[in-house]
Design a binder for this molecule. Structure first.
Ligand code: SAM
Length: 281
């Protein structure tokens, strides 16, 4: 038995499956959970791989630590999406963080992740019971939250599904403008931006939209287990922050597996033809 996620042009990413643990329909998406042969549990939303238990850090580390280490003092952090808890777990490893807010639209993703996934059950439980001292969980639409929260953040992380359905507007110019306004005088915004090779147009569109809004925009790609790698990430900067430089002292406090702060300069990998497309205009 296997599970395959089909990408455009018939490219598939698959896992051999031991058993199917559940399938249900939430208000927003179809949720499936599998036990794989070699990577622990697999979470699938609307047919797309979200993460596997063994290897999920290959996504959560590059999504969180480069921006958290490039910001001089990240105290207030916002995560949009990320209902499995992995992104928030990585954010809270930073001692500078006073409060991290997780805005996830689908409470069923949080509940299923808490009950079945070993990402960080304790954290999700504490969030659900409002017992996490430095974290809060808001079940709601990140688009609305960004428009209405009135809060100011040092770092904003969008760990959403791909730009379809409820996540579509998270990649719009209007959302980026609201995010820019929600950052303090200087801040960093990062979003996952899809498969470099198979979602190239989505990457280019998001990059173009972000360049209209942020003071500077960086891109990088990273090999992620379970995704059609390499996977792209876009970083928007507000104010005087140089994303190419990180705090190596604070990096020493982190136990990392995939992202290498000492080689931060090598992060900015992008296949030549994609770099040329990104830099064309
Ligand atoms: N690591 C995954 C990836 O890169 O595809 C994402 C993980 S997380 C499970 C994605 C989450 O984004 C889902 O739980 C989904 O419900 C949430 N989401 C999608 N659109 C959203 C929105 N507008 N506001 C808040 N959460 C949203």
């Amino acid at each position: 038995m296997h599970f395959i996620e089909w990408y455009p042009r018939g490219y598939g990413v698959g896992f051999k499956i031991k058993s199917k643990l559940l399938e249900t329909q939430s208000k927003f998406q179809r949720i499936e959970l599998y036990e794989t042969e070699g990577f622990g549990k697999l979470l699938v939303l609307d047919g797309t791989v979200q993460l596997v238990e063994h290897g999920e850090e290959s996504y959560h580390e590059p999504l969180v630590h480069p921006v958290m280490l490039a910001h001089p003092n990240p105290r207030r952090v916002l995560v949009i999406g990320g209902g499995d808890g992995g992104t928030l777990r990585e954010v809270l490893k930073h001692k500078t963080v006073k409060k991290a807010t997780l805005v996830e639209i689908d409470d069923m993703v949080v509940e299923i992740s808490m009950l079945y996934l070993g990402i960080d059950r304790g954290l999700l439980e504490r969030l659900m019971k409002k017992e996490e001292p430095r974290g809060e969980l808001i079940i709601g639409d990140g688009v609305e939250y960004m428009k209405n929260s009135g809060e100011k953040f040092d770092v904003i992380i969008v760990d959403s599904t791909d730009p379809v359905g409820p996540a579509k507007l998270l990649f719009s110019e209007e959302f980026y403008r609201n995010a820019y306004d929600a950052l303090g005088e200087k801040g960093l915004y990062i979003t996952q931006a899809g498969s470099v090779y198979l979602f190239t147009n989505e990457l280019l569109d998001a990059y173009k939209n972000m360049k209209k809004v942020f003071d500077r925009v960086y891109y990088f790609s990273f090999p992620v287990i379970g995704y059609a790698s390499p996977w792209s990430f876009l970083v928007g900067v507000k104010g005087e922050i140089d994303f190419t430089k990180i705090d190596l002292e604070r990096a020493k406090e982190l136990e990392l597996i995939y992202y290498d702060p000492e080689k931060h300069e090598t992060l900015f990998q992008m296949p030549k033809y994609v770099r040329e497309l990104l830099e064309k205009d």
